[in-house]
Design a protein. Sequence first.
Length: 486
Amino acid sequence: MRKPPVIVMSRRFRKAFGKASVRLQGLIQGAIHDLVNHIREDNKQFKRNYGRLAQISDVLEVDVSGASRLLATYENGELNLLDVGGHEIVPRYNSGLYATDRFQKLPAPETYWPEGPRHELNFFARSPCFSYSEFGPEQQQEWLYFLSDQQSEILTELFVSICDTLKNNDQPRPFFIVGGPGTGKTSILINLLKEMTDYGHTCSLSVSQEMVHFTNKCLPEIEIDRFICDHGESPLSKIWLVDDPADNVAIEDWLKRAASSNSAIVVAFDPCQLSSFDPKNRKTGIGDEQYNEICLSFNVDPYGLNECYRQKENVGRAAKNIMDQIAESTPFLASHKIQEFQKDHKALTTLANDLEFPNPYGYCETYTDSVKENFPKEIDRIMSKPLWTHWPPLLMVFEENFDLVSKCFFKIHLLSKGIQYKEIDLNDIESVKGLEYQHVFLAIGQSLFDQLENGFQGSGQQEYANRRLLRIPYSRAKDSMVVFVE
């Protein structure tokens, strides 16, 4: 039996904890363990060790770290976790918030008790949730068209701005659509293409060949090929839509050519998925300073997205966990280089990683043993739910040296079940950037698993660049993500 006290939490606390980095989550759990131990030692006098909120005397203020605080109450043998965050939550928390938070009492995970599980996966995730509900038309072929309210608002503003510019023959101002994975960047471009074309304007679209194939499968009626313009070509239209350019050099090239031809241009990208390593300048991805220079030089009007609706919540949070782990890792060992690197990428990393997840549920699992026994179970699980027929519902990603016998077992089992799937190697994950799959299965070896779980400070620029791309397979999964470790 678990020792008292009972631990419950509010939705506010659960959401704030989920948005915290992995390192901060560990500190929060440690603070909860200390609080529980103090309660067990003396549940009458332990409150003397903690501050109280001036505005609500029943609420305890718990120091998590130098910059973070946890708010909680304890009464009748029950520890209720209310909120957690920076110093600002202390004056912000009021009786109105308390009036709802104190009664929600969601069950806390086992790791909140000192005697709970001591080892939690860091890089990889476990959220084996079997609940399911449909979000919008996510099971339909036209899912690529669907936009949330945030994306619809941006689409409308872009459409009106571009139309007004063309009507008045003004110098078009370039637009950026910037956001993390699953925030609908490509869907906005596809909808903008449709709206502009229906309105009588001609558009050119630059996307990868893989995205052309994906769009043709999802929306065959629009015949996307007739709009495609490659990076090296000069579009004849006055509206250019650029999806997921390779790097900041490609972005600047598009902006220069659009300006010289007086064309309107919209560029959509995830700043953390731009080409990973520039050996000439010893730079990884695009830094805040480079981004600011581009925006200032070309008078860019940027739109930021933070609503990851194209992934189920648990899957999106698993992807965010990896993105946060990568953000807290660096290619360097020297402390001054670590600080310089993190400072140079802070704003864009926050923009890409600070996400909300309105699409509920989702399933994540990591198997470090009994791989062959668990694979058929996971296949049966995904077959119990509706599967796409217009596009492979499953993406299988294999590490290059994954056990050949196990790999053959996986493929034979998939063949016997008749599941349509796409297979790639880990070194080819950039080929699926921007694409969507209902389920992603990642098969890796123990060595890579251990390296990622233990972090990778001092890995060197090139190795860090390769590892940061592991966010791609996680961010391609809509309903579930499963990792098999051989």
